[in-house]
Design a protein around this ligand. Structure first.
Ligand code: GTP
Ligand code: MG
Length: 526
C-alpha cells in the first residue's frame, strides 16, 4: 500500500547517473525524436488522470486509526494506494483498484441533514468520515504538502559539501512530491465531475508547474477545461445523409470561452464543496476562474481552450528531462529570485517564474558544449553554471536584445519593452510584456551582486567547523540571505560588473573568515 515511485522522476534520476557521453546521445535522441517524448509526457498525464478518477478525498476526524479506516473502506473494494495529509484538518487520499469501488462506496454515503440550513445534494468524491466508536491509538504518517521554511533550507544547504550538492538538495527539498501531484490530479478530477454535468466528454487537465517538472510545493494549480473531445468530427460515408447538433453561436471563440467559464465558475461556486473565494476574471487576456480549494490548500486557476499553454508546459518538461542540471538550475534561480523579491506571488510588473525559466533555458542554450569531460570537470561545470548564469544576465544587453529560445539566440528587440522574451509558440508575442524597467534593473543588479559574491573565495568554502547547527551560510545558502542587492538597485545598473559589495556582504565575509579562525582563502578586496 505504498505509492509507486514516480516513473518520470526515476527516469530523470537514471539520466543523471549516466555518463556525459550517454547523456549527449540522450539529448540528441530526444531532440531528434520529439514524438517519443511527447507520447511519454501525455501518457504519464493520462495514467495519473485515470488513477485520480479511481480516487476519493476524505476529511477524517483529528485522531484516527489508520488500520480501522482502511478496513472500513476496503469493504467497498481493493485499495491500491493511499496517504494522509493535514491542511485545515486531517485528510486521506484513497485510490481504489477499480471505478466500481467508488460507486459502491458512494452507495453507502448519506447526504448530511443540517439544522437551520439546507444542503446542495451534489454527490462529489469529497467525503467526510464520521466516527462514533472508540478511536484507539492515532497511527497516521502525514505527508507534507508545503515546502520547508527558508531558514531551514539555508541550514540544510550549509551542511552540504559543494554548491552542486546544494542545488540538488534545494531541488529535492522544494520539488512536488508524488503524493502532492496525485492530489493535484484528484482536484482536477473532482472539478471535472462538475464540468461533466454540461460536457460529459470534457477533461480538466493540469498544466504549468504542476506537470512541467519545475513545480515547487505550494505552487498554484493551473488547469484548463479541454473540450476537444466534445467536438470530434465523425465523417459518415455512404448514404450522403448526416446529422449535426444544433448549437448556439457566440460572437468569437473568446466569447464562447467566456460563457463556458462563467457557467462552470458559477457551478463551482454554488455546488462544489471545498471551493471558496471564486472569482471570475473573464476579461483577462486569458479568461479564467480563480478560487481556493480548501481541502487541498491549492490556489486554483481554471482556464479553457488553452492549448498553447499546454504546449509550453510540455516544452519545459522536455527541457527538464534532458539533463538533471536543468532542473537544479531552474529551482535554484527561482528560489533565489523569490527570496529577493524579483518574483512575487502577487501579479504585477515582476518577472514571472515562467519568464525566469525561459531565461535559464536560453542561458543553457548559449553554453559551449564540452566534449567528454572528466568527472571532475563535470562537477566543476555544475558549480560554475550558477555563477555563469548570474554573470550572463548581469551583463546581457537587455536594452537592445530580445531572447529567442526557438532559435537559441538573441535578436534585436522588435518593440520597446524592458524585457523581451519571444513566446516560442506565438512568435509575435512577448512572454514578459508585464515586466517594467525597475524590476528588470533589480534583477540585473542582483545577478551582478550574486556573481560577485560567488567569485569570492570565502563564500565558496564550507566552514571546517563540524558542529552541525553552527555552520555559517556559505555558497548558495549565502546567496539566499535577505536583501543582498536592494541598495544596489537602480544605481547598480550603471556600475561595472564587479561592483562593490554592500555592507551586509562585507559582514558575511567577515563572519565566514572568523568562523574559520582566519585560516580561510585570501580575502578579496572590493
Ligand atoms: P508557478 O505557478 O509560478 O510555479 O509557475 P508556472 O509555470 O505554473 O507559471 P504560471 O502559473 O504563471 O503559468 C502557468 C503556465 O502558463 C506556464 O507554465 C506557461 O505554460 C503559461 N504561461 C504563463 N505566463 C505566460 C505568458 O506570459 N505567455 C505564455 N505564452 N504562456 C504563459
Ligand atoms: Mg502555476
Amino acid at each position: 500500500l505504498k505509492w509507486c515511485p514516480n516513473s518520470d522522476l526515476q527516469a530523470q534520476r537514471r539520466l543523471a547517473r549516466t555518463t556525459f557521453a550517454t547523456k549527449a546521445q540522450a539529448i540528441n535522441k530526444t531532440l531528434h525524436a520529439a514524438p517519443t517524448s511527447v507520447e511519454s509526457f501525455s501518457s504519464i498525464q493520462d495514467e495519473r488522470r485515470e488513477r485520480a478518477e479511481r480516487s476519493v478525498l476524505i476529511s477524517c476526524p483529528p485522531k484516527i486509526n489508520e488500520r480501522k479506516i482502511l478496513d472500513y473502506l476496503s469493504k467497498h473494494g481493493d485499495i491500491r494506494n493511499y496517504f494522509f495529509y493535514q491542511t485545515y484538518g486531517m485528510y486521506a487520499v484513497v485510490e481504489f483498484s477499480s471505478k466500481e469501488s467508488i460507486a459502491a462506496l458512494k452507495g453507502s454515503c448519506t447526504i448530511p441533514s443540517v439544522q437551520h440550513e439546507a444542503s446542495v445534494p451534489f454527490k462529489s468524491r469529497l467525503l467526510s468520515l464520521k466516527w462514533t466508536g472508540s478511536i484507539g491509538p492515532t497511527t497516521v504518517k502525514c505527508h507534507e504538502q508545503l515546502p520547508i521554511s527558508i531558514n531551514e533550507l539555508i541550514q540544510q544547504l550549509s551542511e552540504q559539501e559543494s554548491i552542486d550538492q546544494q542545488m540538488q538538495c534545494l531541488t529535492e527539498a522544494y520539488q512536488l512530491t508524488e503524493e502532492n501531484i496525485s492530489l493535484r490530479f484528484l482536484v482536477c478530477s473532482l472539478l471535472r465531475d462538475i464540468a461533466a454535468a454540461y460536457f460529459p466528454e470534457s477533461i480538466i487537465r493540469p498544466f504549468g508547474s504542476t506537470v512541467n517538472s519545475f513545480g515547487k510545493l505550494g505552487c498554484d494549480l493551473d488547469m484548463f477545461l479541454d473540450l476537444d473531445g466534445v467536438s470530434v468530427q465523425n465523417q459518415r460515408k455512404g448514404s450522403g445523409l448526416s446529422l449535426e447538433y444544433q448549437v448556439k453561436r457566440g460572437a468569437s471563440e473568446r466569447n464562447v470561452t467566456q460563457s463556458i467559464l462563467s457557467v462552470i465558475g458559477e457551478c463551482v461556486d454554488q455546488f462544489s464543496p471545498g471551493c471558496v473565494g471564486v472569482q471570475k476574471i473573464l476579461n483577462a487576456r486569458v479568461p479564467l476562474v480563480r478560487f481556493s480549494h480548501q481541502p487541498s490548500g491549492f490556489q486554483c486557476d481554471l482556464t479553457a481552450n488553452n492549448r498553447v499553454a499546454m504546449k509550453s508546459t510540455e516544452l519545459l518538461y522536455v527541457y527538464g528531462s534532458l539533463d538533471a542540471r536543468v532542473r537544479y538550475l531552474v529551482f535554484t534561480v527561482r528560489c533565489w529570485a523569490r527570496v529577493h523579491g524579483i518574483t512575487s506571488g502577487i501579479p504585477g510588473a515582476w518577472i514571472t517564474n515562467f519568464s525566469l525559466t525561459v531565461l535559464v533555458l536560453f542561458f543553457l542554450q548559449q553554453r559551449t558544449p564540452a566534449v567528454l569531460p572528466t568527472l571532475d570537470q563535470l562537477r566543476d561545470l555544475a558549480e560554475k553554471l550558477l555563477q555563469e548564469f548570474f554573470e550572463f544576465y548581469g551583463s546581457f544587453a537587455f536594452n537592445r536584445s530580445s531572447i529567442n529560445i526557438r532559435k537559441g539566440r538573441e535578436q534585436n528587440k522588435p518593440e520597446a519593452a524592458a524585457l523581451y522574451i519571444q513566446n516560442p509558440f506565438e512568435t509575435s508575442l512577448n512572454v514578459s510584456k508585464n515586466v517594467n524597467a525597475t524590476q528588470l534593473e533589480r534583477f540585473v543588479a542582483l545577478c551582478r551582486e550574486s556573481a560577485w559574491l560567488l567569485q569570492q573565495g570565502e563564500v565558496l568554502k564550507r566552514s571546517a567547523t563540524p558542529s552541525a547547527d553552527q555552520i555559517p551560510p556559505w555558497g548558495l545558502a549565502a546567496l539566499l540571505l535577505p536583501s543582498v542587492a536592494e541598495s544596489a538597485g537602480v544605481k547598480g545598473r550603471r556600475k561595472k560588473k564587479r561592483e562593490p559589495a554592500s555592507e551586509r556582504i562585507k559582514t558575511l565575509l567577515q563572519s565566514l573568515k572568523s568562523s574559520r579562525g582566519g585560516a580561510g582563502e585570501k580575502q578579496s578586496s572590493d
